[in-house]
Design a protein around this ligand. Structure first.
Ligand code: UDP
Length: 310
């Protein structure tokens, strides 16, 4: 296939480009590089099935020639970006999703939207099945991301129902691995960077809030299975093993052998108290489940951070 990956120079997008190239597809990678980084894809430069185009997908997208599939992964996704670049986040979720769906329609291509567990907001149902409608504060700091993705899902379903496009929606839960930005502000890259420098580990609040972390390779495998499926409604892809943020900090200190101490900082507003995917649907419809345990994935991620200048 000839595929377009928006946000292809980002953390998840670049791993997706790698997997697609490995599976013998041709990849056109679009990214405006506001949070993506060319270093994530530079090893693909010169590959005859890979092309990079610097482009902001909120503007009209012109891709000459045939396109069989469009993956829309462009979006800042870190909580620190929610205050730094809120309007870009809203635009790429809304206008960017419209443009990428328009591209898929014009080319007769399939489409897969990278959505998020944030569509569930600060959930009142635990764990979260796809049938849960969520608890989102639309005017809160996280609202820019949550509502952009909720709009993107609605737009994707409208193109599926009205234009009969072969669309898919993956709801991605917390994912980690090599190529996360050390300064991206999220718990895992923050804690690893702090631990490797023996600096204090900044746990927000008491650290009793929970997350369920999946390794990037598990996610990419789930995305490729979803692409090939006939499932059009959203599918959760995440690892159901749930940890408190305090436990996460302790595991990272242990695995890095760090001398860092844990310090507490104020909890950001609307920070979800719990998060754990219900992955029954992915198991049944895709035959997928995560296989990489937290310690194994963290060890690989720590190695990458060590060799990439942290
Ligand atoms: N967190 C923390 N210290 C940090 C960064 C994050 O305690 O330096 C907390 C954050 O408040 C949240 C959890 O870790 O409760 C996961 O945050 P992350 O930014 O990784 O992703 P989120 O799931 O909130 O989008």
């Amino acid at each position: 296939m000839r595929v377009v990956v928006t946000g292809g120079a980002g953390f998840i997008g670049s791993h997706l480009c790698d997997a697609l190239i490995r599976e013998n597809h041709s990849v056109v990678c679009l990214d405006n590089l506001i949070t993506g980084n060319l270093s994530n894809v530079e090893h693909l430069f010169g590959h005859d099935r890979f092309r990079f185009v610097k482009h902001d997908v909120t503007e009209y997208i012109h891709v000459p020639g045939e396109v069989d599939f469009v993956f829309h992964f462009a979006s800042p996704a870190s909580p620190v970006d929610f205050e730094r670049i809120p309007i870009q986040i809203l635009k790429v979720g809304a206008l960017g999703t419209h443009k990428t769906l328009g591209l898929a329609r014009a080319k007769g291509a399939g489409f897969l939207l990278a959505s998020t567990s944030e569509t569930y907001g600060d959930p009142l149902v635990h764990p979260q099945p796809e049938t849960y409608w969520g608890n989102v504060n639309c005017v809160g700091i996280r609202g820019v991301y949550d509502e952009a993705k909720r709009f993107a899902e609605a737009m994707t379903m409208a193109y599926h129902r009205y234009h009969h496009i072969n669309t898919h929606i993956v709801r991605i839960f917390n994912t980690y691995g090599p190529r996360m930005r050390p300064d991206d502000g999220r718990a895992i890259p923050a804690f690893i960077s702090q631990a490797l420098k023996n600096e204090p580990i900044t746990v927000f609040g008491e650290g009793r809030q929970t997350r369920s972390f999946q390794y990037i390779d598990d996610l990419i495998r789930g995305i490729l299975l979803l692409m090939e499926s006939d499932e059009h409604l959203p599918v959760n892809i995440g690892n159901p093993n749930e940890y408190t943020i305090l436990q996460l900090a302790e595991v990272i200190i242990e695995l890095t052998g760090s001398k860092s101490e844990i310090v507490h900082r104020p909890l950001p507003p609307d920070d979800p108290k719990v998060r754990q995917p219900d992955i029954k649907k992915a198991r049944e419809r895709l035959g997928w489940e995560p296989v990489v345990p937290l310690r194994e994935g963290l060890t690989k991620t720590i190695e990458w951070f060590k060799t990439h200048g942290v």
